[in-house]
Design a binder for this molecule. Sequence first.
Ligand code: NDP
Length: 451
Amino acid sequence: MAVSDHVDLPTFMEGVKKRNPGQTEFIQAVQEVAQDIYGFMEDKEAYHSAQILRRIAEPDRVVSFRVCWEDDNHNIRVQRGWRVQNNNAIGPYKGGVRFHPSVTESVLKFLAFEQTFKNSLTGLPMGGGKGGANFNPKGKSDAEVMRFCQSFMTELYRHIGPDTDVPAGDIGVGGREIGYMFGQYKRITNRWEGVLTGKGLEYGGSQMRPEATGYGAVYFLENMLKHKNDSIDGKTAVISGSGNVATHAAEQITKQGGKVLTLSDSGGFIHDPDGIDQEKIDWIKDLKNNRRGRISEYVDEFKGASYHDGERPWGVACDVALPCATQNELNKEEAKMLVDNGVIGVSEGANMPTTLDGVHVFHDAKIMYGPGKAANAGGVAVSGLEMSQNAERIAWDNERLGNMLTDLMRGIHEKCVEYGDQGDGYVDYVKGANIAGFKKVADAMLAYGVV
Ligand code: NDP
C-alpha cells in the first residue's frame, strides 16, 4: 500500500466541513474525536495510509425516506425519516431511533458516528448506527403515535435485520413506540426476530434495559470517584432531563447515598433542596410515562421545591452533575458556573450534552469528566445482551444482567484509564474513550482491506 501524504488536522477538518455543509453537530462530533485520534495516529502509518479516520467519518450509508400518516382529524401529515448506518466493521449496525422535531440528518450523523466508538468501547460486537424522524410525539394520541410508527417501519424494515442493523429507543422513542414498530415489522416480514431492542419483557425485552443507561452513567461516575478513593455517598447531584436516562440516573444516585437536587425538561427545571428521593422519582416516572405531563407539575405535588421556567439547572451548586437530556445543553458559561460552585465530577447520560468549549472548561479545571460515549454506554451494552438473549431464545434474570452491567461499566472505565491516564494523576476520559473506541474499529477495518 502506498505511503500517503498525511493531511494535518486542520486540513482534515476543512475537508469534513466542505463535504458536510451546514451539518454543525456532525462536524462538532468529528472535531472532538479527530483531535485525539490525530495524536494517537502520529506514529501509526497504517491507519493514515488506509485513510481509516476519513472512512469512519463517512457513513456507510444514509437512508432518507418520506413518512406519511393520518392524524385523528383525518389530515394527511408528512414527516422525514432517516437511518444512518455509520460503520459495521465490528458487528451489525446498532443505535437508537429518535422522534423529535429537532431531528435532522446532521444530528443523526453525529449520533451514529459517536455510537461507533461507544459500541466498540463496550467490548461487544456492535457497529454504529442511528435513526429517527422529525416527528413530535408530544400531544399526539396513542392512535396517532401508532399510525406514525407503523408508517415509519413500513420503510425502515427493508434496511434492518438481526444481523444487519438493530435499532433501539432514544429521545421520544420508549416502550410504547418500540412495541408499535416491532409489531409492524413482524406483520410485514412474518418473522419474530431480535430486530429491535428495548422491547417489552413480554415479547423478548431484557431485564435491566430501561435502567441501563442511567444506572450505567452513575456506575461510570462511581468508578471515576473510586479511582480517586472517593464515592457517591453523601454527594449532591444536579441532573438535567426527566426521561428514561435522567430518572434512572437519579434512582441510582439515591441508591448509592447521594442527594439529587434537580431534574428538568425542555420547559425548565425543578430544584428540590430536600432531595428527589425514590418516592418522588416514582411519581415523576408515572407523570412522564403514563400521564405524559410536564416537570413543572412537580412543585404542586412536593412543597419546598421551586420551578425555574425556561432555565437549565447548571447554576445550582453541587458535587456532581449528570446532563441527561440532549446534545449541547451545557455551554461554556454553564460549565464555568459548575466549576466555580465546586463540582468535582461530570458524567454524561446524554449524547454530547456539553459543547466543545464547555468540555475545555472541565479539562482546564481538571475535574473528572466522563463523556457520553463512555458514560452512557450501559444502555447499548444491555441492548447487546438483549440481542444475545433473543438469538439464544432465552431470558436472563435481573441479578445476572445487573452484575453484567456493573462489570461492563467497570471495563469501559478501565479502557478509558488505559489510554487517557496523563501520568500526573489526571485521567483524560475523552481521549481514553476516543482512542480505545477507535483502535478496535480501525484494526478490524485494516483486516478487511479497502472495502
Ligand atoms: P427521553 O425522551 O426519555 O427524555 C428526554 C428528556 O430530555 C426529556 O426530559 C426531554 O424533555 C428532555 N429534552 C429533550 N430535548 C430537549 C431540549 N432540546 N432541551 C431541553 N430538554 C430536552 O429520552 P432519553 O432519556 O432516552 O434520552 C436522553 C439522552 O440520553 C439523549 O441524549 C439520548 O441520546 C441519550 N441516550 C439515551 C439512551 C437510552 O437508552 N435511552 C442510551 C444512550 C444515550 P421534554 O419532555 O420537554 O422534551
